[in-house]
Design a binder for this molecule. Structure first.
Ligand SMILES: [Cu+2]
Length: 665
């Protein structure tokens, strides 16, 4: 057996390399004559779509315009971001708290835009953190992260944060099974006791319809296998959720060989309505856990982090009619539901076909108890009983599928580096187009909704190679835009991305732009240290803490001269930007601060903590070029020795020359 495994180990990578050799040889020829015209957005004109893209190992989310591919914004989510002070300012530090403490990084993979009745509603974007399992919610009004919830009993939160049809729930499925770490669990076990001791979970995170606020409603306890991707049903299948599962071999080492032994793994069908019913009926069990729930308020401009200590779990081994496995060839990755909700597409990374499952047949097979057996106490439906059909010879290495709403599916093929368009009813391939190179996810605007907006498909590629000017060993990450309005797909544009782009969604600008917030109203600012006018600016000592109530306005700070700070003090600069004009942020920085700058939006308050490490006078200044006299927007903070008697003093406009009036004090 061992020899056999090693032989597979040796030959499999070669097989994949050989397949990779199928990548197109003549990349520039694929471009069509009218491409430039189709992606050109004239200066001053707006794009038709927002493309909201996960930032991969940057842990952030980026926003581009389509069809231009222009970068608009990098939204800080799971990682500190010096550009805006995210995770550095006192207000935002709690957003990065986890049960492991302060975690200033994650690996974000998938975007899910909120939907109502299965259609984009333009309210929120959700994104998963893989490494420290988390889901974040971004407001599409402010393009800021408003909430992050950690997922307990999870490891590698990959099949996440996909949504139900009315955004009732976001999903978080563990990728790695492991000895679950709820209170009292035995976690100190031998790794090769995988089959016995390792388990998986899928969490249903409820979303408040009005506020978007999340809470973990319940968690399913599942067999120890890997959960990869998922999609909520829609229309007839709206009460169900589908997950691709691999490593049903339950291997704990050399998975590239040992998790590729079986011809078929599973797609797991979960009746989430039933789960909800059982959870409400008290059929679950509370387990002791520890996870962080962080929320950011636009009223206080501050975040709070709370540790939660229990989670409701449901055990499908006891509650029999919650989940079913469907055999799916081979090591499935993508698991996608078409806009009608009638078909579920599995994409086996090592499969030579694409299986398409029929929701009607799944329901019938469940009713008829048409099972081929059980897997770890869960019924396994018969493959032939639930199959709509197979797409034959579609390509090599299918990963993900999106839909155009006109009866066609578009599947990405990593190994053969192409997008393949096929007819969902007839299961026939109708077009294929090369990608440069090795596409992972793909996105059609509205592709995962009941009403795709069509028009384009975007390829998010894993390898860039020769597509851009070289920048040393590391090349830019990249995406490609294709026109799908006609019968044949046409390559229009390459555009660079920040971080490895995993999944993305695109939404018509008309659903988002009109609601975009321009300023925070200063009168609504409820920050604990707000300064609403220059006359209220002051400096307050509380023991060794100094609170500077500071304002910024073009082009000065009040106060801009501060004395009486002593070595050993902690200084908190609470800067309120008094501007009430769109797109006039001010920055704040001080020499010797061990964190980033602040970037403060009009009407907002933000706090920078400074612990001076030496005696002297340090400059403070605005970091965002705000006006013609931005370079004059500066001041000084004097630090005296510990125990000094220098009085606490602050001012703006006070000069040694007699007769010059103080601008304020
Ligand atoms: Cu400024």
């Amino acid at each position: 057996m061992k020899r056999n495994s090693l032989m597979n180990y040796a030959t499999l990578p070669l097989f994949l390399v050989a397949l990779h050799g199928c990548a197109p040889k003549n990349p520039t020829q694929a471009i069509t004559g009218d491409a430039a015209e189709k992606v050109y957005v004239a200066p001053g004109k707006h794009d038709e779509f927002y493309n909201i893209v996960s930032g991969g190992f940057s842990g952030q989310v980026t926003v581009y315009g389509l069809p231009s591919g222009r970068l608009f914004r990098q939204i800080p989510v799971f990682s500190q971001h010096p550009e805006s002070g995210w995770g550095y300012s006192e207000e935002t530090k709690p957003m990065l708290m986890t049960s492991h403490g302060f975690a200033p990084w994650d690996d974000s993979h998938h975007i899910a835009l909120s939907t109502t009745n299965g259609e984009h509603d333009g309210k929120w974007a959700f994104v998963n953190g893989n490494n420290t399992p988390r889901i974040a919610r971004i407001s599409l009004k402010t393009f800021r992260t408003e909430e992050i919830i950690e997922i307990p009993n999870a490891s590698g939160n990959h099949s996440s944060p996909f949504l139900t049809e009315n955004s009732e729930y976001a999903i978080a499925g563990t990728r790695f099974s492991f000895p679950l770490d709820y209170t009292g669990a035995n976690t100190d076990v031998a790794i090769n006791s995988y089959k016995e001791n390792f388990k998986g979970t899928v969490s249903f995170v409820a979303i408040n319809k009005e506020t978007g606020n999340m809470n973990i409603a319940f968690q399913l306890l599942l067999p120890g296998i890997n959960f990869d991707l998922s999609r909520g049903g829609r229309g007839p299948s709206r009460d169900w959720f589908f997950f691709s599962c691999y490593n049903t071999e339950q291997a704990n080492t050399l998975l590239e060989v040992n998790a590729s032994q079986k011809d078929k793994d599973f797609i797991m069908a979960v009746n989430w309505k039933k789960c909800e019913e059982y959870a409400k009926a008290g059929k679950g069990k509370m387990l002791g856990v520890k996870y962080a729930h962080n929320t950011y308020s636009d009223e206080t401009h501050s975040a709070t982090s709370t540790i939660i200590k229990e989670v409701l779990t449901l055990d499908p081994k006891e509650l029999k009619d919650l989940i079913y496995f469907m055999p799916c060839p081979k090591s499935p990755h993508g698991c996608d539901v078409d806009p009608t909700g009638k078909y579920i597409v599995g994409s086996g990374k090592l499969a030579a076909i694409i299986p398409v499952f029929s929701f009607d047949k799944i329901i019938k097979a469940i009713g008829d108890k048409n099972f081929e057996g059980e897997y770890d106490g869960i019924p396994v439906l018969k493959y032939d009983a639930v199959l709509h059909g197979e797409v034959k010879k579609p390509g090599l290495g299918p990963l993900h599928t999106e839909f155009d709403g006109k009866g066609f599916a578009y599947t990405s093929f990593f190994v053969s580096s192409e997008i393949v368009k096929w007819d969902i009813e007839k299961l026939t391939v109708v077009d294929r187009v090369p990608t440069y190179y090795s596409i992972g996810h793909l996105c059609i605007p509205g592709g995962p909704t009941v009403k795709p907006h069509g028009k384009y498909v975007i390829a998010y590629n894993k390898i860039t190679k020769d597509r851009y000017l070289p920048t040393g060993p590391e090349l830019t990450q990249s995406a490609q835009l294709y026109d799908i309005s006609g019968e044949k797909m046409k390559l229009l544009l390459d555009f660079p991305t920040i971080g490895e782009p995993h999944y993305a969604e695109a939404i018509p600008a008309t659903l988002v732009a009109p609601n975009s917030l321009k300023i925070f109203k200063i009168e609504d600012n409820k920050h604990a240290y707000v300064t609403k006018s220059e006359k209220d600016a002051r400096v307050v000592r509380e023991g060794n803490k100094i609170h500077v109530y500071m304002t910024s306005m073009r082009s000065h700070f009040v106060p801009d001269n501060i004395e009486g700070i002593r070595l050993g003090d902690e200084v908190y600069f609470h800067v309120t930007n008094l501007e009430q004009d769109w797109d006039v942020p001010h920055g704040f920085a001080v020499k010797g601060a061990g964190n980033a700058e602040l970037l403060i939006m009009p009407g907002e308050t933000a706090t920078l903590k400074w612990v001076p490490d030496r005696v002297g006078v340090q400059a403070i200044y605005c970091t965002d070029f705000c006006s013609a006299l931005h370079q004059e927007m500066q001041g000084y903070a004097r630090v005296s020795p510990a125990g000094s008697s220098t009085p606490l003093k602050w001012s703006t406009g006070e000069t040694p020359e007699a007769g010059l009036p103080a601008a304020s004090k």
